[in-house]
Design a binder for this molecule. Structure first.
Ligand code: ASP
Length: 336
């Protein structure tokens, strides 16, 4: 029994009344990536458009939770909406690899069962989160990559397939050109700061359902100009995506550092094994452990009471939330 149900029952018994327990609270938190996002780069119209897409993802996930659906269905629904949004680096609008294509990574995990599914280097599946979920539910494996993941997708007719260029957007092509130019100038010895928005934009969702179950999903195009089959943290269970029965985390940021710190698992292990409040665990990993190694980024997560965390050490992180008390919102910068 969840804590508030037990509390409610004992209060009702003490008062000599038998009343139906109120619906258990649910919670949802989403991100559209952390990174170099500054007010002068983002016009008011663009900000309104991408916040509308964050809101649509919250609507999709929260509708599942409010009708008593599972956290797993809620994160799937929210991430699908974000994958279809050209504003974020996942599905449509994913960044380009060095050879001008898209290789998509995604993962999904259910906390109380520790079931998980993940895919990397996917090229033709419109919603990589659905392929990750199919791996979890319809294969004996957890993690499939590249041609093998595509071959597995061929066995699932319910998955929509698209040509790789369907994921193209002009904005991402310009980022690839800028990244290549930067690479050339760096090779010639110049020191150039990161091009704005070139790296991050991964999407993710974490939900707590009315049964007290937690699930998480993350989806990404990875890093602009990536090569050699590079895979980041997002699809790696424990690094960018993790849930146990007390905590769920979806990360976004410089993936190599999240891999090296197994960041999502580190946060959830502190909560489940050491009893750390999720706020302290997430704050320490995201704002101390990762920057101490030279990495940056953020994460979203929640615990079994619906406490939501959204730490980041970059200038912005696209994010949205629906708290257990029903309050909801979206934000981009540090200040709302
Ligand atoms: N973490 C992702 C990766 O390294 C990038 C991101 O968050 O945008 O692939």
């Amino acid at each position: 029994m969840r804590p508030w149900s037990a509390l409610f029952l004992s209060m009702a018994v003490a008062a000599g009344s038998v009343v139906a327990a109120p619906p258990a609270p649910t919670a949802l938190v989403i991100h559209g990536g952390a990174g170099v996002i500054t007010r002068d780069q983002l016009s008011e119209a663009d900000e309104a458009a991408l916040r509308a897409d964050l809101d649509a993802a919250l609507d999709a996930g929260d509708a599942v939770l409010k009708r008593g659906g599972t956290a797993l269905d809620a994160v799937t629904a929210a991430v699908q909406v974000l994958e279809d949004s050209p504003w974020f680096n996942a599905g449509k609008g994913a960044v380009f690899t060095a050879d001008g294509t898209h290789e998509l990574d995604a993962a999904i995990m259910e906390g109380h069962t520790r079931r998980a599914g993940a895919v990397a280097g996917v090229r033709t599946v419109r919603h990589p989160v659905l392929l990750a979920r199919a791996v979890m539910e319809h294969s004996p494996h957890v993690f499939l990559a590249a041609d093998g993941a595509e071959a597995f997708a061929d066995t699932r007719p319910e998955l929509e397939r698209v040509a790789n260029r369907w994921f193209d957007t002009e904005r991402r092509r310009q980022q690839l050109e800028a990244a290549k130019e930067r690479e050339q100038r760096q090779a010639a010895g110049e020191v150039i700061p990161l091009p704005p928005g070139a790296y991050f934009g991964t999407v993710g969702a974490v939900a707590l359902d009315a049964n007290g179950h937690i699930a998480v999903a993350t989806s990404t195009g990875g890093m602009t100009n990536k090569r050699w089959g590079r895979i980041g943290d997002a699809p790696v269970i424990g690094a960018g995506t993790y849930a146990n029965d007390q905590c769920g985390i979806s990360a976004t940021g410089w993936g190599e550092f999240y891999l090296r710190t197994v960041a999502a698992h580190d946060i959830c292990a502190r909560v489940a094994l050491r009893g750390d409040p999720i706020e302290a665990a997430a704050e320490d990993v995201i704002n101390r452990v990762i920057p101490a190694l030279g990495g940056d980024g953020g994460a979203i997560g929640l615990d079994a009471r619906g406490t939501i965390v959204m730490p980041f050490n970059t200038s912005g992180m696209y994010r949205g939330w629906v708290k257990p008390d029903g309050t909801r919102g979206t934000a981009v910068f540090r200040e709302p």
